[in-house]
Design a protein around this ligand. Structure first.
Ligand SMILES: [Zn+2]
Length: 401
């Protein structure tokens, strides 16, 4: 769509991941009032993604409703003028305040500038990533199931074990909450790690079947939904109820494929949009411990290996922001479980061969450093390395009874 300044300021979100409700545009003062479109999510959440035209040479003030955080710690992600490169409004790492407004000056001739709460990631990004891997016989793209609305495929990538038979099953999933884009390049990094010509990559390909589901809520990703807090519950509270097709298909697949094997199950997420005084971990990398003492001991070994592998990386991870069982947000998860709202990790931990099952969270813009896709892929490669080292460090054993 081309811009014509005579038409004034225009805002659109008619593309994968797009989401906005425009409340008002004050042409004269240059004030634009917008809000996320909540659709079928309850309460308030913060996913929005829109493109502005007709504002070349102007400075605009974008304002969201009061009373909630709508901007990440570094402000909006910006892609100026229909280009390819995304950056943060505060790429220097300076914290953006307030959390519900920002100003932006459009250069003369700048048009079709896209703003989003996070750096977007949808199917076309995954397709480009798969294409970047080239043709390899050990990379098997496929389909987990049709999407919830039946309009699309929910992708499943397999990297089958080269040796036979595999004694391990590694499962990595993302976007159970469709808005959580920072998890996606981390997942790419995990795939890169599994395919790498490194000791860890070679071990994984020789000992494990690897399954990757990049978009558990596929329709939500493409439609630009919040995904979080869907009514009556979202994908990551669906592992008892089985309301969603992808959850049912994943449970069947992993339940069968993990039989007689040791299972590693990692569910990748993004946390709240920015840190707050009582939850500093939201601008970091963190994962969750387990109420099961054996699984918790394995998780502790894993986080130590991850911190070792990530040392010197662009995004800091040293385990200090991890949430132990019964603490912080894990209390809410336990309460949800008591009400029958089972998460993916809760479910995976019930499987007989479960060795390690956790949720990993990756801050949107500050993530132990300034978030970029390159840095997130590095984090993912090191995550895979840590899983491999945890798996090979000690023989698996059942808890003493
Ligand atoms: Zn999430």
């Amino acid at each position: 769509m081309s811009a014509n300044t005579n038409e004034g300021i225009r805002i659109r979100c008619d593309y994968p991941g797009g989401n906005v409700k425009v409340a008002s545009i004050d042409e004269e003062r240059g004030v634009v009032e917008v809000a996320p479109d909540m659709r079928d999510s309850s309460g308030r959440w913060f996913h929005w993604d829109f493109t502005v035209s007709g504002a070349a040479g102007r400075r605009l003030h974008f304002r969201f409703p009061d009373g909630c955080e709508y901007l990440s710690s570094l402000g909006p992600a910006v892609r100026p003028g229909g280009g390819a490169a995304w950056s943060w409004l505060h790429a220097d790492g300076k914290r953006h305040e307030p959390a519900n407004a920002f100003d932006y000056t459009f250069a003369p001739g700048e048009d079709e500038t896209r703003f989003a709460v996070s750096i977007p990631y949808s199917q076309r990004d995954w397709d480009a990533f798969l294409a970047s891997l080239g043709r390899r016989p050990d990379v098997r793209p496929g389909v987990l199931c049709r999407s919830q609305g039946g309009r699309r495929d929910t992708e499943l990538l397999r990297i089958p074990c080269a040796g036979a038979p595999a004694s391990w099953l590694f499962v990595f999933i993302a976007r159970q909450h469709s808005c959580e884009t920072s998890a996606s390049p981390v997942l790419e990094g995990v795939v890169q790690g599994a395919l790498a010509d490194t000791p860890e990559g070679r071990w994984v390909r020789g000992n494990a079947d690897c399954l990757f589901v990049p978009f558990m809520d596929k329709d939500g990703v493409e439609d630009g939904d919040q995904g979080k807090n869907r009514i009556p519950h979202d994908h990551n509270r669906d592992y008892a109820a089985g309301r969603y097709a992808s959850v049912r298909a994943l449970k069947t697949l992993v339940g069968e494929a993990s039989c007689g094997r040791r299972l590693v199950f990692l569910d990748l997420h993004s946390p709240h949009v920015r840190s707050l005084p009582h939850c500093p971990e939201q601008d970091q990398v963190f994962s969750f411990g387990s109420a099961d003492p054996v699984l918790d001991a394995t998780w502790n070994r894993f986080r130590r290996h991850w911190a070792d592998a990530q040392r010197g990386g662009a995004l800091a991870y040293d385990g200090s922001f991890d949430i132990h069982a019964g603490e912080g947000y894990d209390k809410q998860c336990a309460e949800d479980l008591a009400h029958g709202l089972m998460s993916a990790r809760d479910w995976a931990q019930t499987l007989p061969g479960c060795f390690l099952a956790t949720t990993c969270e990756f801050g949107y813009s500050l993530c132990g450093g300034v978030f970029s896709f390159a840095a997130a892929r590095e984090l993912g490669r090191n995550l895979l390395r840590a899983v491999q080292r945890t798996a090979t460090e000690a023989p698996f054993r059942q808890p003493d009874t």
